[in-house]
Design a protein around this ligand. Structure first.
Ligand SMILES: *[C@@H]1O[C@H](CO)[C@@H](O)[C@H](O)[C@H]1NC(C)=O
Ligand SMILES: *[C@@H]1O[C@H](CO)[C@@H](O)[C@H](O)[C@H]1NC(C)=O
Ligand SMILES: *[C@@H]1O[C@H](CO)[C@@H](O)[C@H](O)[C@H]1NC(C)=O
Length: 804
């Protein structure tokens, strides 16, 4: 309503502006009036009669221009708008817009010129050439940079044309409006704050141009600013430090980590490539960095034991060379890949066998390059040996003995030490250790037998070996080397070395001299054996030497004297009956056993039928009664033989005188003895008396024994000759010892054909003897050549067999 009122007012104003110029009438009115709008009353203004207008055929003529913009109301004389009048179309930018019209009247013909002065109204808005103004601005553009904007155009003129510009509020630009030389206004945008492409790639602003009309009109244009990139951003890693953990021995081409950096810039400026910073050669060989993808791969196996942590500096660069860095920290984790190592630091081999239990013989060190549990090692040794491992300071063990060692049982040990770590799976290793036991002289030599017995025939060759002893010593070398020797002692008062010698190395015992059974039947020596240790150990053994008899002594006739020059005469009573004992031949044999078993035979007699001799007793008896015709003097030659092989014999002559009275025998006086033999005869008489006494006693005992055993007579021999026990030969007598074995041996030696019956042994030693020492000894001595000066010692062991 208000606007309409204003328009109406304006219209009135313009109408009133019509005035009659000199000659011409002009009307001023605004453009764009509606058709039929009254412009003015030309009839009145020209002073024409309105009523006559019609008759005068008043009309509007156009001059030059074809268009007729107005009509005339013939009734009122008013000019009305006939055609749209657009000032801008008619006059453009001209400051005044005048249209010339003519009014033609007839009758009389009259021509009146009038002009329209078209006034501008604000009917056009400001307009920009394009709908969008485009700019491309480097983000690096400085503050204050100006960018000229296109001018806005308004068809209206004057105040209705563009009067000002406004720019949409924004962060970066302000508007600066300037007036051109032609008075037109134009604008520039001024960079007020730097652009950042990375924040805002484009800026779109609306620029509004406003004219001065009432009401004002405006036109807008969009300003499109594209922010051009500048390489103002370095690449940025997603993490400053990449921490990864990687098991050692990971397979090749394992992706360790992928680093990533972004660059906010675009294009080349934002193309990121990766490379290692400064790396030692070894790491360069170990890792591969993909320049484009940032992937780090393994090219070599990683060994935790060499490096447990690896730092890789990485650099990222964009196309223009802006760079940034990050660090990859690889924490290598341990894998149980190292078996324990056993090192023998010291070993006291050989160990002396007398080492006490608990003696340290070695020091062992175990190492495992792995860490934590993978490097925890347990060490062990076989159970069945007298050794154990004692943990010492960290990773060290002492090898100590747990029991006694005996080189003679086991001289070396193969110990196996096993070390196992606690990884999973655990790794283990073993080490063999060879330990030898050194010898100590702890074993004395031992003889193979508890005692040794040697048998040697008398009259042996000096130097012949009689036996050998042997001892063993399990110790080593000289500690086990045995040396034999005879323990010095006396045998019958003479040093043992004069009887025997021993080979120190072989233990063979040799006789030093020829033995005489009749002097020495047996003896005992101690053989000592020692080893060569220091100090040496020794033991001893007894060696019993038994000398066996040889038939080397002839029977020795004690009575009658074998010497032919001494006539021993036995008196035989004339009244002697058959079977009377008239005499007895007494003989001894220094040998023993069969060699001393004497038998008596008459080999020559004056009257062979008169006397007999007991084969074993030597008793001479009458065979028949003595008769008067028998010669008074009877001579007998008696031979005494022993039973040795070959047998030895002796003979003697016996003179018998059959008479009751010694005086009857004159020849007896002739039997004078020379001085030398008288002493012997004296002895013989003593001997005869004592023997006879003994004999009688003996006969009585024998008779008593026989009487007791009458009902069970026994035979001594199962051979051809039956000998009543009473006539047994005397057995040998053993002076030393009473060992049954020894007795048996000797017994065998002369009872080779007989059954063995100990009942029949009659043991007589010389000591208990029936003969004086001198008598026998003098005989024996002459037979022994090599035992000079030993008679006294010999006596004890010498024996005589007496045969009755
Ligand atoms: C000990 O080992 C060695 C070689 O390793 C071998 O010759 C020897 O016979 C072994 N000894 C024992 C008692 O096993
Ligand atoms: C013999 O034993 C002794 C210790 O009794 C010892 O010292 C020596 O080494 C041993 N000899 C040998 C050859 O083993
Ligand atoms: C002989 O050995 C015995 C034990 O076997 C010992 O008692 C004795 O002293 C040793 N005799 C000598 C002379 O060494």
């Amino acid at each position: 309503m208000f606007c309409f009122a204003v328009e109406m007012f304006g219209l009135l104003f313009f109408v009133l502006m019509a005035h009659t110029a000199y000659g011409d009438v002009s009307y001023s009115f605004p453009e764009e009036m509606k058709r039929g709008s009254v412009i003015g009353n030309i009839a009145k203004d020209l002073g024409l009669d309105v009523n006559r207008l019609s008759s005068r055929k008043a009309r509007i003529d156009t001059e030059g221009n074809r268009k007729r913009y107005c009509d005339i109301n013939l009734n009122t004389g008013e000019l009305t708008v006939a055609e749209r009048i657009d000032r801008e179309g008619l006059c453009g930018k001209k400051a005044s817009c005048v249209i010339k019209q003519e009014l033609v009247l007839e009758n009389p013909l009259e021509l009146h010129r009038f002009i329209f002065n078209i006034e501008d109204i604000n009917d056009n808005s400001p307009q920009f050439k394009q709908s969008v103004i485009k700019f491309e601005i480097q983000e690096s553009a400085d503050k204050g940079s100006r960018y000229l904007l296109d001018e806005a155009h308004d068809a209206d003129i004057g105040v209705n044309s563009v009067q000002s510009y406004t720019l949409q509020n924004n962060d970066h630009f302000i508007l600066s409006v300037l007036t051109g030389a032609n008075g037109g206004k134009y604008g520039e945008i001024v960079l007020n704050k730097e652009l950042d492409r990375e924040q805002q790639k484009e800026v779109t602003l609306i620029l509004t141009a406003v004219d001065g009309g009432t009401p004002p009109r405006s036109g807008t244009v969009a300003i499109h600013v594209t922010v051009l990139d500048a390489n103002d951003n370095a690449p940025v890693f997603s993490q400053a430090v990449y921490k990864v953990s990687l098991p050692e021995n990971s397979p090749l081409d394992t992706v360790v980590v992928t680093v990533s950096a972004t660059d906010a810039d675009e294009g080349q400026n934002g193309e990121v490539t990766y490379e290692f910073g400064h790396l030692p050669e070894s790491h360069l060989e170990m890792f591969f960095l993909d320049a484009v993808s940032g992937e780090i791969k393994l090219r070599r196996f990683i060994d935790y034991e060499e490096e447990s942590s690896i730092e890789l500096p990485i650099q990222a660069k964009d196309g223009q060379g802006l760079a940034s860095r990050c660090t990859v920290v690889i924490d290598v984790t341990d894998v149980n890949d190292n078996a324990p190592i056993i090192v023998i630091n010291s070993l006291n081999s050989p160990v002396p066998e007398n080492a006490l239990p608990g003696t340290e013989v070695g020091i062992i060190n175990v190492q495992d390059r792995d860490s934590e549990n993978n490097g925890q090692v347990r060490c062990s040794i076989q159970q069945n040996f007298p050794f154990k491992l004692v943990p010492s300071i960290k990773n060290y063990y002492s090898l100590v003995t747990t029991g006694e060692l005996d080189r003679e049982l086991l001289s070396d040990y193969n110990l196996t030490i096993t070390a196992t770590d606690e990884g999973s799976p655990p790794l283990s290793s073993t080490k063999n250790l060879h330990l030898t036991v050194a010898d100590v002289n702890d074993n004395p030599p031992v003889f193979q037998e508890h005692n040794y017995r040697a048998h040697v025939q008398e009259n042996n060759k000096p130097g012949s070996s009689i036996c050998s002893v042997s001892a063993t010593d399990p110790d080593w070398r000289q500690n086990g080397t045995v040396v034999y020797s005879l323990l010095s002692s006396d045998v019958n008062g003479a040093p043992v070395s004069s009887f025997l010698s021993i080979n120190g190395d072989t233990g063979v015992i040799h006789a030093v001299r020829s033995f005489d059974y009749e002097q020495l039947k047996s003896f005992k020596v101690l053989v000592l054996v020692r080893d060569n240790g220091s100090p040496p150990l020794s033991s001893n053994v007894s060696v019993s030497v038994f000398i066996s008899d040889e038939n080397d002594n002839s029977p020795q006739i004690l009575y009658p004297s074998p010497e032919g020059n001494s006539f021993m005469t036995e008196m035989v009573p004339k009244a002697a009956q058959a079977g009377s004992l008239v005499s007895k031949v007494i003989a001894v044999d220094a040998d023993s056993g069969q060699n001393a078993w004497l038998s008596y035979h008459i080999i020559k007699a004056t009257d062979p039928g008169l006397f007999t001799i007991g084969v074993h007793s030597g008793e001479i008896r009458t065979q028949r009664d003595i008769s008067e015709s028998d010669s008074m003097k009877q001579n007998l030659i008696v031979s005494v033989r022993d039973n040795g092989q070959p047998s030895l014999s002796a003979t003697c002559a016996l003179y018998l005188l059959i008479s009751d009275n010694l005086a009857e025998v004159p020849e007896l006086k002739d039997m004078s003895h020379d001085e030398s033999s008288s002493k012997l005869t004296f002895y013989l008489i003593i001997a005869l008396v004592s023997v006879s006494t003994f004999f009688l006693t003996f006969i009585i005992i024998i008779l008593a024994v026989r009487f007791c055993r009458r009902r069970k007579p026994r035979l001594l021999f199962d051979g051809a000759v039956a000998i009543p026990s009473a006539y047994l030969p005397p057995n040998y007598a053993e002076v030393e010892g009473a060992g049954t074995l020894r007795s048996t041996y000797n017994y065998d030696a002369y009872l080779t054909t007989g059954s063995r019956t100990s009942d029949f042994k009659f043991v007589r030693s010389y000591n208990e003897g029936t003969l004086t020492a001198d008598l026998t000894l003098k005989k024996t001595q002459s037979a022994v050549d090599d035992l000079e000066g030993l008679d006294a010692e010999m006596t004890d062991s010498f024996q005589v067999g007496l045969v009755f």
